[in-house]
Design a protein around this ligand. Structure first.
Ligand code: NDP
Length: 483
């Protein structure tokens, strides 16, 4: 048996051990070859990971370290990530087909996330609310305990860092359950954390299937669940958590509108709209998958957009000139294809793409062309449901009233883009559209310092920013009588 077939160990309470669950094969979506095998955790190992977290919290050897001491460890995690940047990027490319360029950017961003939360950890203060009598009151923040972090496959490094860094900075223990398709890169991020000197028992990274995630959520000893993934899974977790009043942060799906007003810079907008949906093959929660374009500029804008779509190079994710790699898995490509077929049945005209590219590497990998669909009713399935692929549904609008109604006509509320030269109008629209993030004359710009999350079915709570650390803490007020 070659090394590639050997199940890789998982990280259980800071130790590398072989998982006792059924191993997971990781198939490279660029060419269909076996990239590696992840061993998975058994239920007993999941329980052991939570027990180790509980014990580490009871010892207090992390939560009671001074903030600048915790921050020093988080800085070292960032160092370890940067030292292994190329390896981490390469693993992600081989697991989910993201281009090497994007993956490397995400590795560096993950390191920056650990640095940001190191800084927040070191500088964030408890509070002294003004007294209303002869007493002093203090508001202190305490860790929630063992955090279960569950991540999806599209951006495992970004999502992993966005959970691990603030949860650890806040003084918690963490058990990370990555998505099946991206187990190995998540384990490597765990390695960076352990090598940086986290106390034993504080962190586990347990690959496994959905039932492992559920077993971790169902463990009565945990303090919180931080989940990023699909809305159906998020709601199942919320139901389990509700019964125990367990805190949750849920970052879920989206069907975000990208809006082009008549006075927009059409070239800039075409670039932003194309990038917003086709980058990463549309496998992004904030993908701008609905284009709402002013009827007055419909033809000239589509003309520019189609030229832009045609200029994007679909190809092997490691090739330097590739803009769009394969979809993350063959099964996922079938889902995307099913949606495009539904769109066709619902009357869509396919202006671009709508099929697999063919020949050479395309025949071996899970590739799909950027796709533009028009002539749809706003109620069509492909205008309402998240496809999570490079598929753009185009809808014209006439008035702001119609536009706002159309923008809000999905169950989701994650993000929105507005392209215009009219800033007062952009502000009015930004306030009227139900979305956790609104971009004006840009798209997919993300800062670790800005809170991120969704309205409606796109989630609950916020990650990132200072709120993103506070989400992993309990708030306690202590009163001191002065007479
Ligand atoms: P899923 O909801 O299918 O899975 C997410 C994670 O949950 C995986 O680790 C999965 O494991 C695990 N899981 C599955 N079932 C359960 C369960 N019953 N209890 C606990 N955990 C479970 O989402 P995908 O991985 O398919 O990711 C795509 C989705 O993620 C899209 O909807 C996308 O919009 C959303 N997303 C949201 C983001 C945001 O910030 N709002 C960012 C990125 C993605 P397994 O892999 O074994 O199924």
């Amino acid at each position: 048996m070659s090394a590639v077939d050997q199940p890789r160990p998982l990280l259980l309470a800071g130790e590398w051990v072989v998982g006792e669950g059924v191993p997971l094969e990781v198939i490279n979506p660029a060419d269909g070859t076996l990239y590696g095998v992840a061993s998975t955790a058994s239920t007993a190992q999941a329980e052991a990971a939570v027990s180790a977290g509980v014990a580490a919290m009871a010892r207090g050897d992390w939560a009671e370290r001074l903030p600048h001491e915790r921050a020093a460890v988080l800085h070292r995690v960032a160092d370890r990530i940067r030292e292994r940047a190329e390896t981490l990027a390469q693993i992600q490319v081989s697991e989910n087909g993201k281009t090497f360029k994007e993956s490397l950017g995400q590795v560096l961003s993950a390191a920056a996330t650990f640095r940001y939360y190191a800084a927040v950890c070191e500088t964030l203060e408890d509070e002294l609310p003004p007294p209303r009598g002869r007493y002093l009151s203090m508001t202190a923040y305490e860790p929630v305990g063992v955090v279960i972090a569950i991540t999806p496959w599209n951006s495992p490094l970004t999502m992993g860092a966005q959970k691990l860094a603030p949860a650890l900075a806040a003084g918690n223990a963490v058990v990370l359950k990555p998505a099946e398709w991206t187990s190995l890169v998540s384990l490597e991020m765990g390695r960076a954390c352990v090598d940086a000197g986290l106390p034993p028992g504080l962190l586990s990274v347990l690959p496994g299937r959905g039932d492992l995630g559920q077993a971790l959520v169902d463990d009565r000893r945990i303090g919180m669940v931080s989940f990023t993934g699909g809305t159906a899974t998020g709601k199942a977790i919320a139901r389990a958590a509700a019964e125990r009043l367990l805190p949750v942060v849920l970052e879920l799906g989206g069907k975000s509108p990208n809006i082009v007003l008549h006075d927009a810079d059409l070239d800039a907008a075409a670039a932003g709209v194309a990038d917003g949906i086709f980058a990463a093959g549309g496998q992004s929660c904030v993908a701008g998958s609905r284009l709402l374009v002013d009827q007055r500029v419909y033809e000239p804008f589509l003309d520019r957009l189609l030229k832009r779509a045609a200029s994007l190079r679909v190809g092997h994710p490691e090739a330097e000139d590739t803009d769009i790699g394969p979809l993350a898995a063959f099964a996922h490509r079938e889902t995307v294809e099913r949606y495009v077929e539904i769109g066709r049945r619902e009357g869509a005209r396919v202006l671009f793409g709508g099929s697999r590219p063919t020949g050479d590497v395309f025949d071996r990998g899970a590739y799909y062309l950027p796709t533009v669909l028009t002539d749809l009713e706003p109620t069509a399935t492909v205008c309402r449901e998240e496809i999570f692929g490079p598929v753009l549904a185009v809808l014209p609008f006439v008035s702001d009233e119609d536009l706002i109604a159309a923008a809000n006509a999905t169950d989701y509320g994650l993000a929105c883009g507005i392209w215009t030269a009219d800033f007062p109008r952009a502000w009015r629209l930004a306030r009227a559209i139900k979305a956790g993030t609104v971009w004006v004359n840009t798209y997919k710009q993300l800062s670790i310092a800005a809170p991120f999350g969704g309205f409606k079915d796109s989630g609950l709570g916020r990650e990132k920013g200072i709120q993103g650390l506070r989400a992993y803490q309990e708030t306690k007020s202590v009163y001191w009588g002065l007479e």
